[in-house]
Ligand binder design. Structure first.
Ligand code: IPM
Ligand code: SF4
Length: 753
């Protein structure tokens, strides 16, 4: 509800206030979700949960489903059915499961014969399903994309997908406000992708942890919606829960006449509300970052984390110059994986593949930008002979649009491979993958080890840089194609903005403060609430030490294991690429393969930002299946932390020194005991226990094995009241479907898919 206090509020504060249904003393709120996007990878277990509990989808009118991750991007000319088109059995099973689920639960669905099918984050905006001021979720970390419309949009795990399907709400704590302002004029050849890579290089992949970022300043105001989407998309790579840009005329013009955007009088009412959605003068931001547009040049990544950026004019870093041992070993590890020698000029890096696509950069403007470079290269310009270059439009409609503009002809003539819509080689859950050792310039968002194929090497770039690289056969400065004078002082200055020898500029997030109410049960649900979640009280046993920074969820469980329809059977998949030799398939000497750590119940990681990246709940599922119930680390990524607790597991945040001390115990084979009731980690040999804190509500739920859906369903009265008010204040949020008819709420009838 809107705050009665007239204190200046940020855009995030306003959207948050407008969606709170109920809030506890400790700040945990039940918030309403306006829009829910669903794809085939993270939904099967959620639908199964609904089926097992005999629950319906609460708001089919606010839910939109499509297939994207698993679909092959070959021509669909001879498409007859998913069964015959998708040859890989597990991919096929996930797509078939979604088709069946949308029928059973009465959801709007864009299948493979629908021109509107595409990457979930492309189709939401394209259809006007994404609107300003809404809350928008999806079982996918790049849901942050939709924040470009001035909405609060974030990724969730499968348990939360089930929660939203059943209740149209989520339990959330409010995040901190962070503002990143980029003012000034961008140099020619510098795009939104360079801006966001520059930001991530500056603040690090954990820089936005616990925050919602508002992007402000003249650069974002001057950006198109598509460019804003590319920036918001990668907010998750900056560790933030969400990213947003205040809506303005650019937003409204983009939305007008989109199929699902409000029309007529509803449009006018919506517009009046949307215009109020901006941060008030004097609103408080917990973190502020200011960047000069002039300091940004075309940017690429050299390593295996999106924060490993360099200007195209730069060189591969030299780890011997890095004093911090943790950072040095992380850089060494990345360079080894990437097959790069320190001090190599970035422009000397030769490629095998180029991928233009993904939810970051597969919209019409991205394709135009790539085509412009192909044209600028001259009429006979061709993809270099050493390169296979793919272009994968984000949706069937983007493809159609591009073909209407003749972009496909430009690409095909130059030797690019023009394909059908899907996630494609962004993560290779479909046949589009890198082979071991292959090097790719990619317009996607993640360069994690094995991300685009086991042993594959990814350099993140903008679409223009990707097109230039395809033609040159190596990473190259796109400005050379634009006739820009590269000797200007602006270009010299830039290098200093990329100081990859020091830690990101932001201090690590503080561990949660000891809450006053931590032992009181005030406001907490009764312990006898029905549930299916395992309890967590005390876990004791072997602890495995792990000395890696930014352990991403692709590393915890690679993509090939996300094709399951179950939550179990994933023990073998845990840290698969680290545990198995890629050539022989034999066990490596990775810590979990060594006795006694194969029996570990606790994982002690000394590196920061554990669980960053994708929202895949398969990561905690595989840890749990392996037998690991508790993870101790200096910091966790938000979605991963949430996902563990949804599964009765405990993430414990301790200081760097404490983690190192416990890792030493673990290395000595000493057992640990984690006691959630007492909130302490007990150590062998009489060493003093280490205290930790946990959010009181989560602690209570874990101790009693309470499940969020059962708790929320007890508040159905408040949810209904909220919905009534929502229909009065924001009537355009009740979905009306493609035939202009109101979609029956809680109806199980067939939608027009
Ligand atoms: C499959 C899905 C959970 C995942 C995500 O959350 O990001 C995927 O889209 C990715 O990009 O890794
Ligand atoms: S990041 Fe890649 S895999 Fe994930 S949704 Fe976007 S395109 Fe698909």
């Amino acid at each position: 509800m809107p705050s009665p206090v007239s204190k200046p509020r940020t855009l995030y504060d306003k959207i948050w206030d407008d969606h709170v249904i109920d809030i506890q003393d400790d700040g945990l709120a039940l918030i309403y979700i306006d829009r829910h996007l669903v794809h085939e990878v993270t939904s099967p277990q959620a639908f199964e949960g609904l089926r097992n509990a005999d629950r319906a989808v609460r708001r089919p009118d606010c839910t939109l489903a499509t297939v994207d991750h698993n679909v092959p991007t070959d021509s669909r000319k001879n498409f007859a059915s998913v069964q015959s088109f998708i040859s890989e059995p597990d991919s096929r099973a996930q797509c078939v499961a979604l088709e069946e689920n949308v029928k059973e639960f009465g959801l709007t669905y864009f299948g493979m014969t629908d021109r509107r099918q595409g990457i979930v984050h492309i189709i939401g905006p394209e259809q006007g399903f994404t609107l300003p001021g809404i809350t928008c979720v999806c079982g996918d970390s790049h849901t942050s994309t939709h924040g470009a419309f001035g909405s609060l949009a974030f990724g969730i795990g499968t348990s939360e997908v089930e929660h939203v399907l059943a209740t149209q709400t989520l339990l959330q704590k409010k995040a901190k406000n962070m503002r990143i302002t980029v003012d000034g004029e961008l140099h020619e050849g510098v795009t939104s992708k360079d801006v966001v890579l520059h930001i991530i290089g500056l603040i690090g992949t954990a820089g936005g942890t616990g925050c919602v970022i508002e992007y402000a300043g003249s650069v974002f105001r001057g950006f198109s919606m598509e460019a804003r989407m590319s920036v918001c998309n990668m907010s998750i790579e900056a560790g933030a829960r969400a990213g947003m840009v205040a809506p303005d005329d650019v937003t409204f013009n983009y939305l007008r006449n989109r199929p699902l955007a409000p029309k007529g009088e509803a449009w006018d009412r919506a517009l009046a509300y949307w215009k109020s959605l901006k941060s008030d003068e004097g609103a408080n931001f917990d973190v502020e970052i200011n960047i000069r547009a002039e300091d940004i040049v075309p940017t690429v990544t050299w390593g295996t984390s999106p924060q490993d950026v360099a200007p195209i004019t730069g060189t591969v870093p030299d780890p011997t110059l890095i004093s911090d041992p943790g950072r040095r070993s992380s850089v060494e590890r990345s360079l080894k994986y990437m097959g790069l020698t320190p001090k190599t000029r970035i422009e000397d890096i030769v490629l095998d593949k180029v991928f233009i696509g993904s939810c970051t950069n597969s919209r019409i403007e991205d394709l135009r930008s790539a085509a412009t470079i192909v044209l600028a290269a001259g009429s006979g310009a061709k993809v270099a002979p050493n390169i296979h270059a793919m272009i994968v439009p984000g949706s069937g409609l983007v493809k159609q649009h591009a073909e209407a503009e003749g972009l496909d002809v430009i690409f095909k003539r130059a030797g690019f491979d023009w394909r059908e819509a899907g996630c494609s080689m962004c993560l290779g859950m479909n046949p589009d993958q890198l082979s071991p050792g292959e090097r790719c310039a990619s317009t996607s968002n993640r360069n994690f080890e094995g991300r685009q194929g086991a042993g594959g090497r990814t350099h993140l770039v903008s679409p223009a840089m990707a097109a230039a690289a395809a033609i040159k056969g190596r990473l190259t400065d796109v400005r050379k194609f634009l006739g820009v004078d590269l000797s200007s002082s602006a270009n010299m200055k830039v290098a200093s903005a990329f100081d990859f020898f020091t830690d990101p500029v932001l201090p690590p997030p503080e561990p949660e403060k000891l809450a006053q109410s931590e032992t009181s049960s005030k406001g907490l649900p009764p312990a006898e609430t029905p549930s299916s979640v395992a309890k967590f009280t005390v876990v004791s046993g072997i602890a495995a030490p792990l000395h890696i920074e930014n352990v991403d969820t692709d590393m915890i469980i690679p993509k090939q294991f996300l094709k399951t329809l179950k939550r179990t059977g994933l023990a073998n998949a845990l840290f698969y690429t680290l545990r198995k030799d890629p050539h022989t398939g034999e066990d490596t000497d990775f810590i979990l393969n060594r006795a006694p750590y194969g029996q570990a119940k606790i994982l002690v990681c000394t590196g920061k930002n554990f669980g960053c990246g994708s929202s895949r709940e398969h990561a905690p599922w595989s840890l749990n299946d392996f037998g690991i119930r508790c993870i101790i680390a200096p910091s966790f990524a938000d979605i991963f932390r949430n996902n563990t607790m949804q599964n009765g597991m405990l993430p414990v945040t301790l200081s760097d020194e404490e983690c190192r001390a416990l890792a030493e115990d673990a290395e000595a084979g000493l057992e640990l005991e984690v006691d959630l009731e007492k909130q302490e980690v007990r150590r062998a040999n009489g060493k003093p226990a280490i205290a930790f804190t946990t959010d009181p509500f989560r602690r209570h739920c874990l101790l009693n094995g309470l499940d969020d859906i059962a708790l929320t369903l007890q508040k159905v009265g408040a949810v209904e009241k909220f919905e009534q008010r929502r229909s009065e204040l924001w009537p355009w949020l009740d979905g009306f479907g493609y035939k202009g008819k109101k979609i029956p709420v809680r109806g199980l009838g067939k939608m027009d898919w």
